[in-house]
Design a protein around this ligand. Structure first.
Ligand SMILES: C[S@@+](CC[C@H](N)C(=O)[O-])C[C@H]1O[C@@H](n2cnc3c(N)ncnc32)[C@H](O)[C@@H]1O
Length: 507
């Protein structure tokens, strides 16, 4: 938008989404959610107030089906029950929106309307807008498949600016079978106050654009809170405080972190404050914390001399017969990617445009120093083959079986809950349901426990039981490495050395 202009650039004002690539869904009668509210003239809250089952599930009542009939208060999107708003010109942020009346905390303020377009169309349009030199971003992601573009058609919501300390937030509602995005007040808002919500800009490389929200807690730049921004401005040192427990990164692995960005989209804009040639941002909504899932990577075991570790340190990858097949590793990576996307989801869900898959230390993160991530994994088969004790072998193999079982249970659960995960990914306000998260955490913990049991059994047995004789040597004849010596009964105990000093004292 040209800030010299008296009026905003022309757009068509609409109060209903305009479906460009398909028709509005027809709600099947069986799919209509009917609440159990009963209108009571003495209790205005009775007609679909806060305790209405539909309200609690962010679903509007369907006219003709709600038991409260015309008294139903849960049709705010359908009836365009917007707050009184006023367009005004801001300092440096183009146009903005003011409250023109008292707005109560939780109140529905206005619907974010626009053209409902496919994700692919959103991508093309964003590129075209950027090429046309459009500075302002108006495309919001509706779900994994569709976006709302308010560039050419929209409601007044398209003018609401970003703030790092917002008084509003976006929420998604199910209305007559379609998902719709509303702006809701986070707090009481006085008339004359500018409305703002947290776009959760995701910085995506390039120049940094100053955020002009003016909030005390302003992060300074659009997208400064995003991981991409922080990675890029952070010098990655070995004594980096981020490796302390409190600062464990939210992503599972180096591979999944950048991929998480691939599913996000970006909005590019040029701003008079830019210092570089261009910058890329994607906007999200709300300030919700992502759900933290436990690590799903295999536990790494430190190498013990003479036991087979299959690893190519130079390439930093495991070679030969791995604990995980290629297929399993691919699955693990996919899973990690999905989890990472959930985690970062809240910061980058909306306003998506373009896909890309940079790597953490790629050109997008020029300052980032590679974190050495050498994983050494035990080849269980080879380990057991070298143990003399059948009991020890059996114990390790039994733990390996339990580990495989736990891993396959986690995989099966992943397939089961994937719809919920994917649903969450495209949801701007809801978390993955607690029951799903709990199931996932339990299965992940079981897998970690099984891995722990396996590796502790390996460590115990390779240090405390005899190794199988090589070159036809009897186990009894062999010394075990690491100062462990065989006893005659076949068990082993750490070798004790008594040193005698010249004066005869021992130590
Ligand atoms: C959805 S539009 C908001 C309306 C816009 N101000 C206009 O005049 O049309 C989003 C754009 O407004 C600008 N903007 C919004 N909040 C901002 C902020 N806090 N600081 C700087 N620019 C902001 C950015 O150009 C952003 O891409």
């Amino acid at each position: 938008m040209d800030q010299q202009n008296e009026w905003p650039a022309p757009y068509k004002h609409i109060e209903r989404n305009d479906f460009v690539h398909r028709k509005h869904k027809k709600q099947k009668e069986g799919d209509i959610a009917v609440c159990v509210c009963r209108f009571d003239a003495n209790d205005p809250e009775s007609a679909c107030g806060g305790s209405c089952l539909n309200v609690l599930t962010s679903t509007e009542c369907t006219p003709g089906f709600c038991p409260c009939g015309n008294y139903c208060k849960n049709q705010r999107f359908q009836k365009c029950e917007y707050a009184m708003l006023k367009l005004f010109k801001t300092e440096g942020r183009g146009w903005g929106v003011l409250a023109a009346e008292d707005i109560k905390a939780g109140q529905f303020v206005i619907e974010y309307c626009g053209e409902v377009i496919s994700r692919q169309e959103a991508k093309w349009r964003a590129q075209a807008y950027e090429a046309q030199g459009l500075r302002d971003a108006f495309i919001i992601s509706l779900d994994a498949y569709e976006s709302i573009d308010a560039t050419r058609k929209g409601s007044l919501a398209r003018f609401i600016n970003h703030s790092c300390q917002p008084n509003c937030e976006t929420r998604k509602w199910n209305v007559l079978g379609e998902v719709r995005v509303g702006i809701f007040a986070k707090q009481d808002i006085n008339p004359g106050t500018e409305l703002a919500y947290d776009y959760n800009f995701e910085w995506y490389g390039g120049a940094k654009v100053r955020c002009l929200c003016g909030a005390l807690s302003c992060s300074g730049f659009l997208g400064a809170k995003s991981r991409g921004f922080q990675e890029a401005t952070y010098l990655w040192e070995d004594d980096d405080g981020r490796y302390s427990v409190e600062n464990v990164p939210l992503y599972d692995s180096e591979e999944d972190e950048p991929t998480s960005k691939a599913a996000k989209a970006i909005v590019s804009r040029k701003d008079e404050l830019m210092t570089g040639s261009g910058s890329s941002y994607l906007l999200g909504v709300d300030g919700m914390e992502p759900i933290l899932f436990p690590q799903t990577q295999p536990i790494a075991v430190e190498p013990l001399n003479s036991f087979p570790m299959e690893m190519d340190e130079e390439k930093n990858e495991i070679t030969g017969e791995n604990m995980y097949t290629e297929d399993a590793q691919q699955k693990l990576t996919q899973k990690s990617t999905m989890i990472s996307r959930i985690r970062s989801n809240s910061a980058c869900r909306n306003y998506h445009i373009e896909e890309s898959s940079p790597t953490k230390n790629s050109a997008f993160y020029p300052n980032a120093k590679s974190k050495i991530n050498v994983r050494k994994q035990v080849n269980v088969k080879s380990v057991t083959e070298r143990l003399a004790s059948e009991d020890a072998r059996q114990e390790i193999l039994a733990y390996e079986e339990s580990k495989k079982l736990a891993a396959s249970q986690l995989d099966a659960l992943y397939d089961e809950i994937r719809p919920a995960i994917e649903e969450h990914e495209r949801d701007t306000q809801d978390s993955v349901p607690t029951s799903v998260a709990e199931k996932w955490i339990e299965a992940s913990c079981n897998k970690l426990k099984a891995e722990f049991n396996l590796y502790s059994s390996i460590i115990k047995n390779i240090t405390c039981t005899p190794r199988r004789a090589q070159n036809n040597m009897a186990p009894q004849d062999m010394d075990i490495e690491n100062g462990v010596k065989l006893l005659e009964n076949g068990t082993a105990k750490p070798e004790t050395q008594i040193l005698v000093s010249p004066d005869g004292s021992t130590f």
